[in-house]
Design a protein around this ligand. Structure first.
Ligand SMILES: [Fe+2]
Ligand SMILES: [Fe+2]
Length: 137
């Protein structure tokens, strides 16, 4: 794999870029959700969408063409996860846009749980790629 491709596939910055997810409670408490939603949008556009696009256009087709049957199945699974992650991020953003201060404590907890779920899903996806697919490239 060439250096540029390696760099584009690098997931090590992922947790750093996702650190703002941990600041959700702060954002809700300080009433600064607008700024927080902008950060989510930036993360989706600049990291997730571009990164997924790179994998789907440059990496996955290569594996579909030359990979083993298991690798091809893995690509399908990863592609489905991309779609799922994007949908979850969108729904999460929508939830935050509809947020208002009269929400019940349990609603806020649901939002926080959803945010943790998204972080987990993205990290697991990246780990799956790192461990099971990219070492073979
Ligand atoms: Fe991916
Ligand atoms: Fe990735």
């Amino acid at each position: 794999m060439d250096k540029l491709t390696k760099l584009c596939l690098d997931h090590t910055y992922l947790s750093e870029r996702m650190a703002f997810f941990e600041k959700l409670i702060e954002a809700i408490e300080s009433g600064d959700l607008e700024n927080y939603i902008d950060k989510i949008q930036f993360f989706i556009d600049e990291y997730i969408v571009k990164h997924f696009k790179f994998e789907e256009e440059k990496i996955f087709p290569m594996i579909i063409q030359h990979g083993s049957p298991e690798e091809k199945m893995m690509v399908q699974e990863l592609q489905q996860e991309h779609a799922l992650i994007l949908r979850k991020l969108d729904t999460f953003k929508e939830k935050l846009l509809r947020y208002n201060s009269s929400l019940l404590k349990s609603d806020v907890e649901t939002i926080i749980e959803a945010s943790k779920g998204i972080v987990r899903m993205i990290l697991m996806h990246a780990q799956k790629e790192d461990e099971r697919l990219f070492p073979n490239l």
